[in-house]
Design a protein around this ligand. Structure first.
Ligand code: BES
Ligand code: ZN
Ligand code: ZN
Length: 516
């Protein structure tokens, strides 16, 4: 998709389709309160072309509601598409992101290949932020997961023009557009990885895809396998991969900006993390297929477990965006990729594994494998110099039970680090809800035979005990854990995004990194 800005008069732009947003300005409530849709453009001709339909009551400007007009009078565009942003009080840049996605997904199946989207003009919507969000939304909306259909028609929108008022700060909007392209394409890169089935994307191939991307954007990279796992004594990571014919991949991506010193690397117990040069460690769960292992999963929905590498793919996508946006902070991305399979060589419930940190883990359930690979990933990130850690994983079904598919789970051992992540959410527009850690949860994972066990047993709180398990390996290093099990896969198509991989967490992780 080509993306560009136009500062021409809206009514004069010749195009197949012109999309304009609208809000509902009705503040009264109750059955008598009819919606009062208002277009977010200052263009009088466009206003006039839509006046009749707006007063008809047919279009209520609800969030992502659409209405198409052909041959609008006094407007050069062949079609005028109205896209709702919802109630005026709730109209935000995040609504603009969705509205742009909605416009693209409206356009695609109609065989229309170009569209002009009018940047909403409203006091509450900052122009540069809305520009970036609109481009992100358009790119995300353009993605469809049907890559292996023989009759796949390439219906991608080829040209997306954002039309902004002539008196805009052009330099600022051009920069915002360029940023939106990087972020949207990085999120789609993550989605394209998550979409791949387990037979097409093994740990080794995930490593190759990450390496190819790293070459393209100028990241340093290494992809290791079995030998290195043994050398580093990654007993927890290896235990997951030992039941598969497919070798594991330890993927390391490094972003080292010029002019940012290597140190002094903080001691993890340093009371003031801002005192030294931070090195951010991004650790992702890369289970390319999760059968559950010997504690095998039921057949129903097992095919979905190809997306169990979504946390790893989010880190790879975030590293891509980081390499292109060049924040002034060192970042190390680590993806622990393996296939969780039942086999004669697979680990068994009751086995005891020694993690890279030296901690011993009693395996209660081989399906709780994500925390095992992440345990060693977190330890390795620290060994490579990370002073702050973030991990992302489709870790627990319990998190989906707790938060549904609305919020992803977030955990942290450090309020200041979480506060930065919370700030990042304001830009990313993604929903993460902070969940509790605590001594009582730690009790639940104590083992009789070793240091800890890999499930919390009958006590419930599975998302929290899983996070508590990871905390044992983060130790005193400021750390955030993101459980994205409920949001990494969109179950039903929405007006602005296709059913399938969502690419959740890429934008939030990126903004968190940029906050350092
Ligand atoms: N990959 C799953 C978690 C998952 C569930 C992701 C649903 C996406 C959707 C994870 O490896 C797993 O199987 N977790 C178990 C842990 C249990 C055995 C303690 C779970 O959640 O049931
Ligand atoms: Zn599992
Ligand atoms: Zn899993």
């Amino acid at each position: 998709m080509r993306t560009q800005l136009s500062f021409a008069s809206l009514a004069g732009i010749e195009t197949e389709l012109l999309a304009v947003t609208a809000i509902d300005t009705q503040t009264a409530k109750g059955p008598e309160a009819r919606p009062q849709p208002v277009l977010l453009t200052a263009d009088n001709a466009v206003q006039a072309a839509a006046a009749a339909v707006l007063s008809s009551g047919e279009f209520k400007a609800g969030a992502n509601e659409t209405l198409l007009l052909h041959a609008p009078a006094g407007v050069a565009a062949k079609r005028l598409l109205l896209v709702g942003l919802g109630k005026q009080a709730k109209a935000t840049v995040h609504g603009v992101r969705s509205a742009a996605g909605t416009a693209v997904r409206f356009t695609k199946p109609r065989g229309i290949r170009e569209l002009v989207f009018a940047l909403p003009v409203a006091d509450a919507i900052a122009a540069a932020a809305a520009t970036r969000a609109a481009v992100e939304g358009a790119l995300v909306g353009d993605f469809d997961p049907d890559t292996y259909r023989s009759d796949r028609k390439d219906q991608s929108v080829q040209s997306f023009t954002l039309a902004a008022p002539a008196n805009s700060d052009k330099t600022a909007l051009e920069a915002a557009l360029a940023e939106g392209v990087i972020v949207g394409e990085s999120q789609n890169f993550t989605r394209s990885l998550v979409n791949e089935p387990g037979n097409k994307l093994t740990p080794r191939i995930l490593g190759q895809r990450a390496a190819a991307m790293a070459e393209e954007v100028g990241l340093k990279w290494e992809v290791h396998s079995t030998e290195k796992l043994h050398e580093l004594k990654m007993g927890a990571f290896w235990s997951v991969s030992q039941g598969s014919e497919e070798p594991p991949a330890l993927i390391v991506l490094r972003y080292e900006p010029e002019g940012v010193s290597d140190g002094p690397v903080l001691h993890p117990t340093d009371k003031d993390p801002s005192a030294g040069t931070p090195v951010l460690g991004l650790v992702g769960k890369g289970i390319t297929f999760d059968t559950g292992g010997i504690s095998i999963k039921p057949a129903d929905n097992m095919e979905k477990m190809k997306y169990d590498m979504a946390g790893g793919a989010a880190m790879i996508g975030a590293m891509r965006a980081i390499a292109l946006l060049k924040p002034k902070v060192r970042v190390i991305g680590i993806v622990c990729a393996a296939e969780n399979m039942p086999d004669g060589k697979a680990q068994k419930p009751g086995d005891v594994q020694t993690a890279m940190s030296g901690k011993t883990i009693e395996i209660i359930n081989t399906d709780a494998e994500g925390r095992l690979v992440l345990a060693d990933g977190l330890t390795y990130a620290k060994q490579l110099g990370a002073t702050h850690l973030i991990d992302a994983a489709t870790l627990t079904g319990a998190c989906v039970v707790a938060l549904g598919m609305i919020n992803a789970g977030g955990f942290s051992n450090d309020d200041a680090t979480w506060a930065k992540f919370d700030g990042a959410l304001a830009t990313s527009g993604e929903k993460f809800w902070r969940m509790p850690l605590g001594e009582e949860y730690a009790e639940q994972i104590k083992s009789d035979i070793g240091d800890i066990k890999n499930t919390g047993g009958r006590g419930g709180g599975g998302a929290c005990t899983a996070a508590e398990f990871l905390k044992v390996f983060a130790e005193d290093t400021p750390w955030i854990h993101l459980d994205i099990a409920g949001l990494a896969w969109v179950e039903d198509s929405k007006p602005y995004i296709a059913k399938g991989p969502s690419g959740v967490a890429v934008r939030s992780i990126l903004e968190w990194v940029r906050s350092y």
